[in-house]
Design a protein around this ligand. Structure first.
Ligand code: MN3
Length: 246
């Protein structure tokens, strides 16, 4: 049997090995497809690769935050979602957004797990695509028109989304959504709740969990929110808007 001291030493060595691997991978700054060392990722739900290098959003969002956020946090939501649906194989054949859109149809035993872990998987899958290297600026076309019509101006929209992000107490998200009446709106959600569970299509979301910004910004959430606006991929958000309008 391992003594406590041996167990502690083994843990420290394992952590050191992880830290070394993390440093090497940040240095190489490659997309992380197939690299995530988290068990439970063999399906039915899978971790999508980050669509750009870890350091693509520097200096606004740092490479180490991106790496941990994707490879550890998002990977864990996927792994835990897979564990939750393991005894309900038919659920694993559905899209995660369909499970979240009909949470009441999910067996009660795993409903909270699907809400939290499935929400984490879906929200982050969108989140990576909502950002890009050299992003920021303003939307164009129909989305800009829609935002101006609903909020008065792009500046007023930006202020409203930032306000929702800053006033979310604790962990959660602030979203630009399109509701069932095809109206744009600002929607804060706690934890990993997704607007899609309220029949609202998320178009743009700011993750305001501390894991999204603490390494670089510590408690300065307003700086992180300002930085997020510098990396938004408005082309992607505009496409989401068009699709949601139908
Ligand atoms: Mn997150």
């Amino acid at each position: 049997m391992m003594t406590r001291r041996q167990a502690l030493k083994a843990t420290v060595l394992a952590s050191a090995a992880c830290a070394t691997a993390a440093t090497q991978r940040v240095a190489s700054a490659q997309p992380s497809a197939g690299q995530a060392p988290v068990t439970g990722l063999t399906g039915p739900f899978t971790l999508p690769p980050l669509p750009y290098a870890f350091d693509a959003l520097e200096p606004h969002i740092d490479a180490l935050t991106m790496q941990i956020h994707h490879d550890k946090h998002h990977a864990a939501y996927v792994a835990n979602l897979n564990k939750a649906v393991a005894e309900f194989p038919e659920l694993g054949k559905q899209r995660v957004e369909d499970l979240l859109g009909e949470l009441n149809a999910v067996p009660e035993k795993i409903r909270t797990a699907v809400r939290n872990q499935g929400g984490g998987h879906y929200n982050h899958t969108l989140f990576w695509q909502m950002m890009r290297k050299g992003g920021g600026g303003q939307p164009a076309g129909e989305l800009l028109k829609g935002i101006e019509k609903r909020f008065g101006s792009f500046g007023a929209f930006k202020d409203a989304l930032a306000k929702a992000a800053l006033s979310q107490f604790g962990s959660g998200w602030a979203w630009l959504v399109l509701d069932a009446n095809k109206q744009l709106g600002i929607e804060p959600t706690p934890n990993q709740d997704s607007p899609i569970s309220q029949n609202k299509q998320p178009l743009l979301g700011i993750d305001v969990w501390e894991h999204a910004y603490y390494l670089k910004y510590q408690n300065r959430r307003p700086e992180y929110v300002a930085a997020f606006f510098q990396v938004i991929d408005w082309d992607f958000v505009g496409e989401q808007y068009k699709r949601a309008l139908g």
